[in-house]
Structures are given as structure tokens and as C-alpha cells.
Design a protein around this ligand. Structure first.
Ligand code: GCV
Length: 618
């Protein structure tokens, strides 16, 4: 599907940025003018103050900022006015220097874990895009301060290796299109590229020819794209090549590319998503969440200054609930980025509603409890695609908007961010604004209840990752087990179990180490418990499992009622209602499949006598 794009939270910008708009300052001026016409605002003076960099100041009728800071200041000014909260005096600067969107787009036009249609820029093995539409997307990114766009999948399938080679002129054209919006281009590369594309017999990071190949490649890329942001690498992960093949470690691998980029000011983003995906499910000693820490903690301090280690927020893989990754708390001498996933791979696939800012706030709190490491960047896997609303579900745009706000200021209150998005997107005020804001704020809790409460993850359908399948991953090689028996469920990850807990600093070890202090939401992630175990609220574990699934579905039904009563414009209304029907179906499946699975296994009846679809023999 490729129909007319929508403007999302920028509907008040009623004109396109002209194609010849060359510098951020010109863009800013134009955007301001456009906004002024639409909003009838007094045009503030613009003052370029390079020392403010990406920061901005609004004071006495003047917006000042560095080149991109000025652009961000203008957006902040316009969006605040459109949200009914005009800014007279304020200043702001981003918390993280790099605020990155990682697209998992393949050059055939498919998007790995994409739920919003096909790629916005690739088709049939080459670049293919509508520049007007891409400017619109770039404007969305710029309006919330996002400044790096990695356009291709971290699983680099051919012909994407050519993005730094035969397709380089096209890559440079796209970079030029994004430049006026302060968005710099990044590319994913394959570690074995010197062999597959450079004709070398090896990709060993200590080999001089390999080093020269990457240097020459970087020189060529920067000659074409002087503000190129850098490279992103997934290595030794899920069958991707990497330094392990040559007996080298990941600091040696990352530094190889970082040194090629350094003379040009580029960064090398190295993903820490490394684990054994060929585990024997019978092996109860190996615990996948421990893998990243075991690989990277010993290397702390060995990465070059322009390497950023990009670590997924949790130790598994974007489940609805995971504790913070211990790797983020164990690398004080390494530049770190946290990787989030806007694409709702495990969280409803842009069919089920799932607003993420409340979850990110919790992650930041956990980080603080664990010692408050200073991250230097935030990254998020994209939820963009070529469907008319570009984020699959009209409400999924809240996560792109929310990520920009979060990466700029992680202390921003989720409720305020979401309420702003609601107001800007739909113009809702008062009760209507409050109703949609509350629905979104609560959406994650509802999803968690009907799918995976109490930290019990990986009961999802394998491969597709949508819908329930309690044993789907249980006897596979991915290290993703819940180990439910007729007596108990969950994994003991304390010292008496796999020992994963020991990877955390003391404060978190204490909190998670005892089933009495561990939050309910992570109970079965850290502890194995019998079904009759009594939870702090007096209910047994099995009863909580049943109750949460019933409540989750009932709350999803309430969401559907609220949604139906909202005065949403078309086509958003029809799309949201259609998806809500699918969400209800999904929620009912999760409720009944998981409850009947546990009822049949445990033989425990529901205290409230509800139908568990268990067919007890007695
Ligand atoms: C890009 C999970 C996903 C994969 C993804 C991988 C990653 O395993 O299912 O599609 O691959 O994470 O983050 O590299």
C-alpha cells in the first residue's frame, strides 16, 4: 500500500519544504513562516549562535541556536504553540549527542520486523523513493530532535553491501535530502565485507590489508558524504560474521572500523546482541541473558573513543518486560547507547496498541538504581514504512514522537509527552485529550497482562512473534525457556540458580534477589516458583496468572469502548477500529491459550470458577 502520506503531529505545517532548501537555517526560516501562516503567530527573530550547537533558546521574541539548534528551537516554538502552551522564555539542549533511528530495511523493499508496509527508500534492489514524502518523514524526525538515520538492516543482505560502493552516489543523494533537517545518514555494514566485496581472503581485524580496505572505504564514503554519521555493525550474532572467526575479540573488531572512520569524525556503533542461538534446550546451565555481559564486561576500557557499544534495553530481546541489561551497568569506560525497539516485534506489531514512554521511564529509573551510567546515545529500531500513516497503526506514531522527546530529555514525563502528541495530532483538548492519553498510557500494562504478566516471557509464536504458543520456544535452540512443569514455572537466576543476578550492582542484586522484594512484574524472570506460592497480595501464583490474563482481556475490551467513543478523524478512526478488533481477538487468544496451558499442566482450578478451557478429568 502506498497512498497519500499523513502529517501526523505536524498537521499545522501546511506546506512542503521546497526541494532547493539547502541549509538548516533556511529550512527553519521556512518552517517558521509556514507555521506562522497556519497558526497566525508573530514571527520571532532568528539568531544563529553556533556555540549553542544543537541547543536552542527562546527569549524576548527571539529564537537562537546553532544551525540545527535553531531548527529544533523553531519546531519547539511551533509545536508548543500548536499544543496550546506557547513558549515565551525557555532554553533546552539534548541530553544525548546521538539520537538514532535504526531501520531494518532490505534493498528488495522488505523490512525485517516491519509492520508498516515496505521500505520508504528501497525497492527491487535499488533506491526508490518519493522525495516529497521522505522530506515529510525527515521533518517528523527533526521536529523531535532525531539526528541520525541508519537506513539499512543490521542483517546486511546483498546487495546492501554496495551502499558504500556501487550505490554510493545514490546513498549520497539521500544524505543530501536529509541534511537540511539535521539528520545524518548511517549505514549498517557486514563484518566480512572486505571478503565479500573487496576480494580479500580474510576479514581478520588485525590483517593489514583488511585495515587498509576499511580505511580506503571510509575515505571514499566521506568524500561523497562529508557529514556521514558512521557505521553500525551486528557481528557474531545470529549467524552474522564477526571477529570470533579469527580468534579476535569484539574490541579488536570494533576498533578496526572505528580507526578507519576516526580521521573523518565518524562513529562506529557496535551492537552487543551476542548470544548462542544454537543452545541445547536440555542445557539448564547456560542462560542466554548472561551472554552480552560475559562478552563485553571483560573488554571495558578497550574500545576506541569513537566506538559506541549499543546495548538492547534488556538482556533478552525486546520482551514486554525485562530487567535493565546488566551490560549497561558494567561498562564505565565504554561509550554506551541503549537500543529500544519502536517496531513492535514482541509488543503487538502495530496491531495492538502499545505506547512505550512509560516503559522507557521505568528503564531510566532502573538505570539510576543500578548506578546511573552515563550513556552517550539513544537508538531505536524504526517503526517506519510506506503505509500512508508510516507507522502501521496511527497511534504507533506516538512512539516515534515519544522516542525523539525521550532521547532529547529522558526525564520528560511520559504523560506529558503522550498528551502533547494527542493534542498535536488530533487537536483534542480537555476530556477527549485525557481519554486518549490515558488509553495510551495504560496500553502497555494491558498488553502485558493478557500476554506475559509476572516476567513470564517467550510464550509467543516462534518466528512471527505475534500471538500465543506456550511451548513454541521451549524445545528450541534460542535460549528462551520458561521451564513450566506441573508444579512450578520460571527460572531461578539467583546465585542458587543460573547466577545471572550476580551481573548486577549490589542495589539491584538486593532488589531482585529475593522473591519478597522482587517486583511482581519480574518475579518469574528471576525466580522459579510453585503454583501454590502466595504472592504479596495474598493470591497464589497460579491465581495471579489466571487473574491477570482475564483482567488484561477485560481491560482491552474497555479500551475498545473508549476508542469507539473518540471523535477521531478518518482514516485514523477506521484503521484504529479495525486494528482494535484484531487486538481483541489476539487478547482473547492469549488469555485462553495461556490459562488453559497452565490449568491443564497444574490441574489447578480458577478460584472464581471461570472457564479455563481445561477440561479437567475429575
Ligand atoms: C535484525 C531479533 C529479531 C531479528 C533481529 C535481531 C537483532 O532476533 O527477531 O529479526 O534481526 O533481533 O536485533 O539483530
Amino acid at each position: 500500500m502506498n497512498t497519500a502520506p499523513r502529517r501526523h503531529w505536524l498537521p499545522f505545517l501546511n506546506k512542503e519544504v521546497p526541494a532547493d532548501c539547502a541549509t538548516p537555517t533556511e529550512t527553519a526560516a521556512f518552517e517558521l513562516k509556514t507555521g506562522c501562516e497556519s497558526l497566525r503567530l508573530r514571527m520571532p527573530e532568528l539568531e544563529l549562535r553556533s556555540e549553542l550547537g544543537e541547543g536552542w533558546r527562546i527569549s524576548g521574541g527571539t529564537i537562537s541556536g546553532g544551525e540545527t539548534g535553531l531548527l529544533y528551537g523553531v519546531y519547539a516554538y511551533l509545536m508548543a504553540a500548536a499544543a496550546g502552551k506557547p513558549i515565551a522564555e525557555a532554553e533546552s539542549r539534548p541530553r544525548y549527542a546521538l539520537r538514532m533511528i535504526n531501520c531494518w530495511d532490505n534493498m528488495d523493499g522488505s523490512v525485517e520486523r516491519g509492520y508498516s508496509g515496505r521500505s520508504l527508500w528501497f525497492r527491487d534492489g535499488r533506491f526508490s523513493y518519493d522525495p516529497v514524502r521522505l522530506r515529510q518523514v525527515a521533518r517528523m524526525l527533526a521536529s523531535v530532535g532525531l539526528n541520525v538515520l541508519c537506513i539499512n538492516n543490521v542483517n546486511v543482505h546483498e546487495p546492501a553491501q554496495g551502499l558504500i560502493d556501487e550505490f554510493l552516489p545514490d546513498t549520497a543523494r539521500l544524505a543530501a535530502l536529509l541534511r537540511p533537517f539535521g539528520v545524518r545518514l548511517m549505514l549498517s555494514v557486514d563484518f566480512s565485507q572486505p571478503m565479500r566485496h573487496g576480494g580479500l581472503p580474510t576479514a581478520d581485524p588485525l590483517n593489514k590489508e583488511v585495515q587498509r580496505w576499511w580505511r580506503d572505504t571510509a575515505d571514499r564514503v566521506y568524500a561523497a558524504i562529508p557529514d556521514f554519521a558512521g557505521l553500525l555493525v551486528k557481528a557474531d550474532s545470529e549467524h552474522r560474521p564477526g571477529p570470533f572467526t579469527y580468534g579476535r575479540n569484539h574490541a579488536e573488531g570494533a576498533n578496526l572500523l572505528a580507526r578507519a572512520l576516526k580521521p573523518h569524525g565518524g562513529v562506529l556503533v557496535w551492537r552487543a546482541f551476542v548470544y548462542n542461538c544454537q543452545q541445547d534446550w536440555r542445557d539448564t546451565k547456560t542462560d542466554r541473558p548472561m551472554a552480552a555481559y560475559e562478552t563485553y564486561h571483560p573488554l571495558d576500557g578497550q574500545f576506541d573513543g569513537n566506538v559506541i557499544l549499543q546495548v538492547k534495553n534488556g538482556p533478552f530481546d525486546f520482551q514486554v518486560r525485562e530487567p535493565i541489561s546488566p551490560t549497561l551497568l558494567a561498562m564505565p569506560r565504554t561509550n554506551l547507547a541503549m537500543e529500544l525497539q519502536l517496531a513492535q516485534e514482541y509488543t503487538g506489531q502495530q496491531t495492538d496498541i502499545y505506547a512505550m514512554n512509560p516503559m522507557w521511564k521505568e528503564l531510566m529509573e532502573e538505570l539510576r538504581e543500578g548506578g546511573d551510567p552515563q550513556l552517550c546515545a539513544m537508538a531505536a529500531v524504526s517503526n517506519l514504512g510506506d503505509e500512508s500513516c508510516v507507522t502501521g497503526h496511527p497511534f504507533a506514531a506516538v512512539n516515534l514522537f515519544g522516542f525523539g522527546r525521550f532521547a532529547w530529555d529522558p526525564a520528560a514525563e511520559p504523560e506529558r509527552v503522550i498528551a502533547d502528541w494527542v493534542r498535536l495530532t488530533y487537536g483534542f483538548e480537555g476530556e477527549t485529550q485525557a481519554a486518549l492519553t490515558a488509553l495510551l498510557m495504560n496500553s502497555r500494562a494491558v498488553y502485558e497482562k493478557y500476554t506475559a504478566p509476572l516476567g513470564l516471557n517467550w510464550m509467543v509464536t516462534p518466528n512471527s512473534h505475534y500471538g500465543p504458543n506456550p511451548s513454541g520456544y521451549e524445545y528450541q535452540s534460542w535460549g528462551t525457556y520458561h521451564r513450566a512443569t506441573r508444579e512450578a514455572v520460571g527460572i531461578d537466576r539467583t546465585d542458587s540458580g543460573t547466577g545471572y543476578l550476580s551481573q548486577y550492582p549490589a542495589a539491584l542484586r538486593e532488589k531482585y534477589g529475593s522473591a519478597d522484594t522482587c517486583p511482581d512484574s519480574l518475579l518469574l524472570f528471576f525466580h522459579r516458583r510453585r503454583y501454590g506460592w502466595v504472592m504479596p497480595d495474598g493470591r497464589t501464583l497460579i491465581q495471579r496468572i489466571y487473574d491477570d490474563h482475564f483482567e488484561g482481556y477485560a481491560e482491552a475490551e474497555k479500551m475498545a469502548e473508549t476508542l469507539a467513543a473518540l471523535p477521531l478523524p478518518e482514516p485514523d478512526r477506521s484503521e484504529a477500529l479495525r486494528k482494535m478488533a484484531l487486538q481483541l481477538h489476539n487478547a482473547r487468544e492469549w488469555r485462553d491459550v495461556i490459562n488453559s496451558f497452565f490449568a491443564r499442566l497444574s490441574g489447578c482450578a480458577d478460584a472464581q470458577g471461570r472457564d479455563l478451557c481445561a477440561d479437567f478429568d475429575d
